[in-house]
Ligand binder design. Structure first.
Ligand SMILES: Nc1ncnc2c1ncn2[C@@H]1O[C@H](COP(=O)(O)OP(=O)(O)OP(=O)(O)O)[C@@H](O)[C@H]1O
Ligand SMILES: [Mg+2]
Length: 335
């Protein structure tokens, strides 16, 4: 089997609470944003990561891209341990991994023309190429992202462009260094519904053309279903389920995933399924409960008359049914 492009082993990220009152002699309160996360990303695949707000999706992406340093665990890229990389080695790595953010209004510097925005990464990573070659690359990247005529677009500033065009520029900027791995963090959620499909299609076309590997972050499970090969479901900083898109959508095992799946529309008309509405709020990552962290919202726990094991023992992520489908639940079972 081919080696994975990305491998994450037992990753943990903690943040000191911002603005909290720290008493003398006491350590600041810690936010447990991610805990014991392990998974691989295979070359050429689209791995979707889903979960509600605050579950740690962006933090995980930032740790993999080494925009933050994890508190514990390891990250490998192309089989190389990149967990503690610094300085020039880290800068060289950045060429191979890029991120496309949610908000094209925030991610583009309003003072830079589109040409300057796209030229900048080339100046940093390839200072020796000629101005002429840079221009060719910038125009090529704009054209490949569906922005024509490239010369005219490149002279504009972000505020001259529509939301969809800005996201195309952000995609062009991410692609200009020809990365192998691209993380997209809710790339279409801020866009009008009418242009979401176009931007998704562009990203999929670029994947085929450039043989890219994507980590696609979204809170929208139906979007993950549409475009991904595999899905990771995160809950309060832990993976609760991971498997092929087919398995996660059609044979969801974790009560949390089953609730998420139950509210997405099925393509087969006439088939009714029972919606599972989750009650209560996600606990605070400052105060992770013992045992299963999903317990207080778990409909299944109540259905089973509140078994003690769920309160006492944290379930570990393990294979269920087949090696590639894993779930962290003491009472996992299919729908
Ligand atoms: N720099 C930081 N300092 C302190 N806490 C942080 C920091 N970044 C994230 N957090 C906290 O870590 C947890 C995970 O946040 P994260 O942004 O990764 O969630 P998310 O799944 O991306 O949420 P959303 O869907 O809203 O984007 C949250 O509790 C958040 O408040
Ligand atoms: Mg986020």
């Amino acid at each position: 089997m081919n080696s994975p492009l990305v491998r994450v082993e037992n990753l943990q990220v903690m943040f000191a609470m911002r603005g909290g009152l720290v008493l003398p002699g006491k350590a600041p309160k810690m936010i447990h944003a991610l805990d014991g996360i392990s998974f691989d990303i295979q070359r050429g695949e689209i791995l979707a990561m889903v979960g509600e707000s605050g579950c740690g999706k962006t933090t995980l992406a930032r740790a993999i891209l080494r925009l933050i340093t994890p508190s514990a665990g390891k990250i490998f890229f192309n089989q190389r341990d990149i967990t503690l990389l610094k300085g020039t080695s880290l800068r060289n790595l950045r060429r191979h991994m890029q991120m496309i953010f949610q908000d094209p209004y925030e991610s583009l510097d309003p003072r830079q023309s589109i040409y300057e925005l796209l030229e900048e990464p080339l100046l940093i990573h390839y200072p020796d190429i000629t101005q002429n070659d840079r221009e060719v690359q910038v125009f090529k990247a704009l054209e490949a992202s569906g922005l024509h005529p490239a010369r005219e677009i490149s002279a504009r500033y972000p505020h001259h462009l529509s939301g969809g065009q800005r996201q195309r520029v952000a995609i062009a900027a991410a692609m200009i260094l020809e990365p192998e791995f691209v993380v997209t963090d809710e790339p279409v959620s801020m866009l009008d519904v009418s242009i979401r499909a176009e931007i998704l299609k562009l990203m999929l076309d670029l994947r085929d053309l450039k043989n890219l590997t994507y980590l696609f972050i979204t809170h929208d499970l139906s979007l993950a279903w549409m475009i991904s090969d595999r899905i990771i479901v995160l809950y309060l900083g832990k993976i609760v389920e991971i498997g092929s898109t087919q398995d996660v959508i059609h044979h969801a095992l974790h009560p949390y995933t089953r609730a998420l799946v139950s509210v997405i529309p099925l393509p087969q008309p006439g088939i009714q399924k029972q919606q599972i509405i989750l009650e209560g709020d996600t606990p605070s990552p400052l105060d992770i409960p013992a045992g299963c962290r999903f317990l207080l919202r778990c409909w299944k726990w109540r259905q089973l008359n509140c078994p003690a094991v769920c309160k006492e023992k944290e379930p570990i992520l393990q294979a269920y049914g087949c090696e590639s489908h894993k779930v962290a639940c003491h009472f996992a079972e299919g729908a």
